[in-house]
Design a protein around this ligand. Sequence first.
Ligand SMILES: Cc1cc2nc3c(=O)[nH]c(=O)nc-3n(C[C@H](O)[C@H](O)[C@H](O)COP(=O)(O)OP(=O)(O)OC[C@H]3O[C@@H](n4cnc5c(N)ncnc54)[C@H](O)[C@@H]3O)c2cc1C
Ligand code: FES
Length: 369
Amino acid sequence: MTKHKVLVQPSGREFSVPAGQPVLVAALAAGITLPHGCKNGACGSCKGKVLSGIVHHGPHGEAALSAAEEADGFALFCCAIPQTDLVIEARITAALDGIVPHKMPARIEHIDWAAKDVAVLTVKLPASEHLKYRAGQYVDFILPNGVRRSYSIASMPDGDGPIEFHIRHMPGGTFTDALFGMTNPMVRERGILRLEGPLGTFFLREGDAEPIVLLASGTGFAPIKAILETIFAKSLHRDDPATGRRGRPVLLYWGARTRADLYMDALPRRWEQEQPNFRYIPVLSEPDGVSGMPETAESAPPWTGRTGLVHRAVMQDLPDLSGYQVYACGVPIMVQSAHRDFVAHCGLKEENFFSDAFVSRADLPATAR
Ligand SMILES: Cc1cc2nc3c(=O)[nH]c(=O)nc-3n(C[C@H](O)[C@H](O)[C@H](O)COP(=O)(O)OP(=O)(O)OC[C@H]3O[C@@H](n4cnc5c(N)ncnc54)[C@H](O)[C@@H]3O)c2cc1C
Ligand code: FES
């Protein structure tokens, strides 16, 4: 079978790609972790430059890779199929070496209806299984017909409790219609799910020193919660007199439409009281709107907190992001806007922006759905 060689710069790592296979699939199979998120051409996390050689750009969303970027030599490595040997430019994520995704069953222990359209699922693995992951990564739920749906892990690695997921209802969606309508016995309490993970390259860079901005919209809070729990458990936000290491200041901006959509608001508010060097800034785009649990919106006093777009609130508070790391997660438009505006207007270094865009079938081109 014809294979094409791919050389990754600047690391100099090399691997070969069987005919017809996307670059990312072959890289991961060779143990080389290139940046990625959705793996289906919708989020843009795997975008990199083809320095030499030719690829066939598979079906992908225009928001993930525009025609102009394609003309400039960029490709989405999750769907780019080599037609010749290639030299590509991409960052290799060495911190994930040794973390190997695998398939496992999980029993749903509890479903908590945290808002009208958000379910918090806790699952337990068999005693023989251990899921080793980094805070921020996600897993795929494999449905009985083989269809996959991605969900970020909301609990920190190596915690003793069950594994937690925050799941937003997408009306018309295969999996979440079943969960919220409870039409499928697999997604009821005590049902068995099949998972594959951990996946993705969105995770906390624990060894770095920059102050941290965490940016979430809606259930984008899930991986951010795992990241925060890890920061607090490892005291990364506190000065360490033994080594002289300075604690990393941490700011959480959580955006939602209405107050009820901040479905775990009490938790970061409590952390703000308990933890030094941590600030929580909730931002509502429709503070007077009614959604989620109706009684919350009607009985609560008027909202006096921040309003507008959550990434704009960051820009107002921190017009210079040149010394920061940003971790952004949630709806694709928020993640894309934050990336574009933080780099263009606030001096954020490209390599200090980490994200997972919560894309779904609605974000794919018709040919790839
Ligand atoms: C890396 C990653 C991590 C994620 N983590 C989370 C998380 O922690 N929490 C969370 O809530 N979400 C998360 N998501 C998003 C989640 O995976 C999607 O929302 C998921 O697709 C929902 O599954 P579903 O089967 O209910 O909907 P799908 O069947 O995928 O449908 C999604 C939407 O698309 C519409 N649709 C379906 N088919 C078509 C079509 N042919 N044309 C037009 N529209 C169509 C549906 O009506 C629905 O509104 C994550 C996504 C990624 C990529
Ligand atoms: S991982 Fe390639 S576009 Fe999402």
